[in-house]
Design a protein around this ligand. Structure first.
Ligand code: COA
Length: 420
């Protein structure tokens, strides 16, 4: 038995943000029915294509553990089928552009009337306000949520990050909202709306930079290397390069081979509790007691000098040798792992975080599995559905006969399907 066994999710999502949410619900055991436009489907099926004719990795890696129905929700017969699906579902998830669902005739009031127990969950770019009408993609959310202005180096432009905090970040937030609403429904018997704005999700994830915005009012941010470099602070949280985001100073340092390998680097954190171990490791035992070095507040204006000295040591070791030397001394370090190294890491396959999946069009491909581990409900990754692969099966589940399905098909609501 899986945690969400018996929960039916009507998945009206597309691209990345919504699909990451419904994929998680599928991994937790929900029956996720992805509604797709006949002959077209989710646009990502045919984006960034690496194997002509096959669904893309973009689509297949975001839509595991789902069934697909082709259904035109603007066609009158299609609307009637969708109404049946809404009656039978526990959750409807969507991330259409603002207003699209209302134009279809399936806004909150309408679906709540069809099924008062239904939880309707939406992702939009922005919450209510002046930007509410905007269409939004990942990097727009990173820019408007405060991430880009605080990412990058002081002397460079704002940067977006590879972590999809706008899309997958919003999907994660929405998933938590949905399971919380399901929990509340256990007590009230009623559905509710769950809304996540991508801007809000990003802002939540850069919360510590809003912390720093307020700390600026009372002086310099002394743990930023900008402070040690003597560069005055302005009136907003600056870009901090690879400085640590917290109270324990850190930096990315070169390791052996950095000249040829773009990922021969390590993150190195000087945790106050193990300052003595750091000093011993790099051959600077005198720093343990020296005035200006012995305590963190004294050291804050010398971080560049101290990290330069540590880097002299890390450059004599590979990033993995640094880890092996530091870990027994409780010094927190992180080798910069490339996508290739992660794709080849057997430990990640052993835990199911990386998986190999078979697909009828693509053959075997690698994917990231479920990162959330439930001991009594382990996720099993099932390949993404082909477009409309389960249309007939889902219609039959709804009680439609062969004759009904032929009529629905003739109406153009599900593409060309015929049952004998
Ligand atoms: N049958 C019939 N019509 C369908 C359908 C179906 N099964 N599924 C979708 N459509 C229609 C919609 O009703 C809409 O029609 P309308 O504009 O005439 O009302 C149309 O397809 C396109 O939907 P839309 O959401 O506007 O897609 P888009 O490709 O123009 O925009 C986004 C894509 C992502 C920018 C937009 O959906 C968006 O801003 N979403 C919210 C934020 C978000 O999640 N962004 C991140 C995506 S990773």
């Amino acid at each position: 038995m899986k945690a969400l066994d018996g929960i039916k999710v009507l998945d009206f999502t597309h691209v990345q943000s919504g699909p990451t949410c419904t994929q998680l619900l599928g991994w937790f055991g929900a029956d996720v029915i992805k509604v797709e436009r006949p002959h077209v489907g989710d646009a990502t099926r045919k984006q960034l294509v690496d194997k002509p004719g096959a669904d893309s990795l973009y689509f297949t890696m975001l839509n595991h553990n789902k069934r697909s129905i082709e259904l035109d929700s603007k066609n009158a017969t299609g609307k009637a089928v969708l109404t049946r699906l809404i009656e039978e579902s526990d959750v409807l998830v969507e991330n259409f552009a603002p207003g699209a669902l209302d134009r279809m005739g399936f806004g909150w009031e309408a679906v709540h009337e069809i099924n008062p127990r239904l939880i309707m969950a939406s992702i939009k770019g922005f919450g209510a306000g002046k930007y509410a009408d905007c269409k939004v993609y990942e990097n727009v959310a990173q820019c408007t949520g405060g991430s880009a202005s605080t990412t990058g180096f002081l002397d460079g432009p704002p940067l977006v990050t590879g972590a999809q905090i706008g899309d997958s970040g919003a999907g994660l937030h929405l998933c938590l909202g949905i399971v919380t609403a399901l929990f509340q429904r256990e007590k009230t018997g009623k559905g509710q709306r769950v809304s996540v704005a991508m801007q809000d999700a990003v802002l939540n994830l850069v919360r510590v930079k809003m912390r720093d915005q307020q700390r600026l009012a009372v002086g310099a941010l002394k743990e930023y290397s900008q402070h040690g470099a003597g560069i005055p602070f302005g009136d907003t949280t600056p870009r901090a390069g690879n400085d640590s985001g917290g109270g324990q100073p850190g930096k990315i340092l070169k390791c052996k081979g950095w000249e040829d390998d773009p990922n021969a680097y390590t993150y190195f954190i000087i945790q106050e509790a193990v300052w003595g171990n750091v000093c011993d490791l790099i051959g600077e035992a005198a720093w343990k007691t020296a005035k200006g070095y012995a305590t963190l507040p004294e050291r804050l204006d010398k971080l560049d000098e101290i990290f330069a000295r540590i880097e002299e040591w890390t450059q004599t070791k590979t990033k993995f040798e640094v880890l092996e030397a530091c870990n027994p001394l409780d010094i927190p370090v992180g080798p910069i792992l490339s996508m290739k190294e992660l794709a080849e890491d057997e430990a990640l396959y052993a835990t199911g975080t990386m998986v190999e999946v078979d697909h009828p069009e693509r053959g075997a491909y690698l994917s990231v599995g479920c990162p959330i581990k439930l001991s009594a409900s382990p996720a099993e990754v099932v390949r993404a559905p082909l477009l409309g692969e389960h249309t007939e099966e889902i219609l039959r589940d709804l009680g439609y006969s062969n004759e009904d399905i032929n009529k629905i098909s003739a109406s153009g609501a599900i593409g060309e399907k015929s049952c004998v």
